[in-house]
Ligand binder design. Structure first.
Ligand code: NAD
Length: 504
């Protein structure tokens, strides 16, 4: 069964019934830029019905730490589409990030941020830049699973899932196809994180093969980010995991000259949220000087999503024409290309006056060129044969000499499980570590059942039962060692599914 991930996207002529939209007016400059945006939508003929919802600072300060009311959730459940102005997160502990709450609760798995240069009207060193970052929005280090394990060591779990990779990567290719883009670049760090980033890369290669019409390439994130900063015009669509995407989408917005101008979309199955990328700018709130362009762009993407691409293009072309003609808010005002410094509401009026016009120098908006809807097939798990091969036991030990703990642990075994190595911060320190390696109080002790291959002398892992692990843990516990966590070591379909220690 196919699941629609972009409900109604790019469909033309969905005009009979007004499309209900949940509108969050936000905090700070939020209400000003929302008023400006909604006025433009109205004048352009957008067929929408705004349903106002309460979220943000007022709700937080009323004692609701989630920042969103029950009524707002109900409205969102009804409309399935949200246009959101930025909100202020109050300082201090206990307030949860509203954006993370909305993304995760609503399953908004894709964050899509287009950044295109508006040279020469908005300053950028990269006049030909036109890139779309497709960022995975729910997983990775943002799963929020963190623990302190010893006096010295805290950890954050990086979770990458196959369904998560499949849908974000397929989304990127489908987006490229639908919007006439030519290339998708995957950014990963699988030279270091061979299993997690390795999975993202593997799924990218698998899915890329289904899109022969789209060029695909992969880059290691560090050099990829550097190239994006230095040569953004080389990129078209970039797909990446949550943290890398967070960082490179800000790099892209910054070098595109458009932090105050860019909008983003958060897309889930049949539900989506559109917003500007900037915050609530309390420093300029209430002054009618904020640039509403970020929210206008978010609304343009929203209109394309709900099948009103013709209205979206009409607004985008009027917006581009207004910028070209030099009507600029204070943040982008410059002596060379600006003819008038306009307020938020004057900027909106200037756009409304130009509805129906097309820009002469900046490229004409072609959102209507989208060819179809974006489909993400329902995930089908392929079950593999899973076999336990051993266990990593993490121990809080305050000594400093690996030989000492190695000596203790070598004397403890259960059935076939024996100590194979100890690492500290991932580096092998026993047996035969280097005395220069710095050791904390966090020792990863690997117990496996291995035989050496008769011919090659390579280690051959032997299957073990979980009872053996339990017996081992019991023995370790009885010696007084402080076990802080364990991690089972598996093979899937005969393939080792855990990393080796550095130097193992
Ligand atoms: P910010 O983006 O609000 O402001 C940074 C700077 O950019 C300020 O000088 C501001 O005046 C300027 N600026 C931002 N948007 C502008 C616009 N449209 N026109 C003209 N100038 C603009 O970032 P911040 O000051 O770090 O954050 C303020 C508040 O916004 C915080 O409470 C933060 O948590 C929140 N925030 C919300 C979102 C969101 O709701 N999506 C995103 C980021 C920050």
């Amino acid at each position: 069964m196919e699941v629609k991930a972009l409900n109604g996207s790019f469909k033309k002529g969905n005009t009979l019934n007004k499309v209900k939209i949940a509108i969050a007016q936000g905090d700070g400059i939020g209400p000003e830029i929302m008023d400006a945006t909604l006025k433009i939508l109205r004048e352009a003929g957008a067929n929408i019905e705004p349903n106002y919802i309460e979220l943000g600072e007022k709700v937080y300060l009323s004692g609701n730490t989630s920042g969103i009311t029950t009524e707002a959730w109900e409205t969102i459940g009804d409309t399935k589409i949200i246009l959101k102005a930025p909100v202020t997160t109050p300082q201090g502990k206990g307030y949860k990030s509203l954006n993370v709450t909305l993304r995760k609760s609503l399953g908004l798995f894709a964050n899509v941020r287009p950044v295109a240069a508006l040279h020469p009207y908005v300053h950028t060193n990269f006049p030909n830049m036109d890139v779309v970052i497709v960022r995975e929005n729910e997983e990775d280090l943002y799963a929020g699973i963190e623990h302190q394990q010893t006096d010295d060591v805290v950890q954050c779990l990086k979770l990458i899932t196959r369904p998560g990779c499949e849908r974000i990567i397929r989304y990127a290719f489908e987006y490229a196809r639908a919007f006439g883009r030519k290339k998708v670049t995957c950014m990963i760090k699988d030279n270091i994180m061979k299993l997690t980033d390795g999975l993202f890369h593997k799924v990218f290669i698998e899915i890329a093969s289904e899109y022969p019409d789209i060029i695909n390439e992969s880059q290691i994130i560090d050099i990829g980010a550097a190239h994006l900063a230095a040569h953004p015009e080389r990129y078209d669509v970039i797909v990446t995991s949550n943290l890398y995407g967070d960082i490179i989408s800000d790099i892209a917005a910054e070098i595109g000259g458009s932090v105050g101008m860019a909008g983003s979309a958060n897309i889930g199955k049949n539900i989506a949220m559109f917003e500007a990328i900037h915050g609530s700018a309390p420093d300029i709130a209430g002054k009618n000087i904020a640039n509403p362009s970020g929210l206008i762009n978010a609304a343009i993407n929203m209109l394309a999503y709900i099948g009103q691409s013709d209205v979206a293009d009409k607004i985008k072309n009027a917006w581009l024409t207004t910028l070209e003609e030099g009507y600029h808010t204070a943040d982008i005002y410059n002596n060379k290309f600006s003819i008038k410094k306009v307020s938020t509401s004057e900027f909106a009026d200037a756009i409304i006056e130009r509805l129906g016009e097309t820009p002469r120098k900046l490229g004409v908006s072609k959102l209507t060129s989208g060819t179809g809807e974006i489909f993400i097939p329902e995930y089908k798990r392929k079950e593999a044969k899973k076999q336990l091969l051993g266990v990593d036991v993490f121990i809080d030990w305050k000594g400093s000499n690996p030989e000492e703990i190695g000596g203790i642990l070598s004397g403890i075994n259960a059935f076939k499980l024996k100590l194979k190595m100890i690492t500290n911060r991932g580096v092998k320190v026993y047996p035969k570590g280097l005395k220069e390696t710095y050791c904390t109080d966090h020792w990863r002790c690997r117990f496996v059942a291995v035989d050496a291959d008769i011919e090659t002398q390579e280690p051959v892992y032997k299957p073990v039962e979980f009872e053996q692990v339990l017996a081992l843990l019991s023995k370790l516990h009885n010696t007084g060692l402080d076990i802080i966590k364990t991690e089972n070591l598996y093979e899937f379909n005969g393939k080792r599914a855990f990393s080796l220690g550095q130097g193992e």
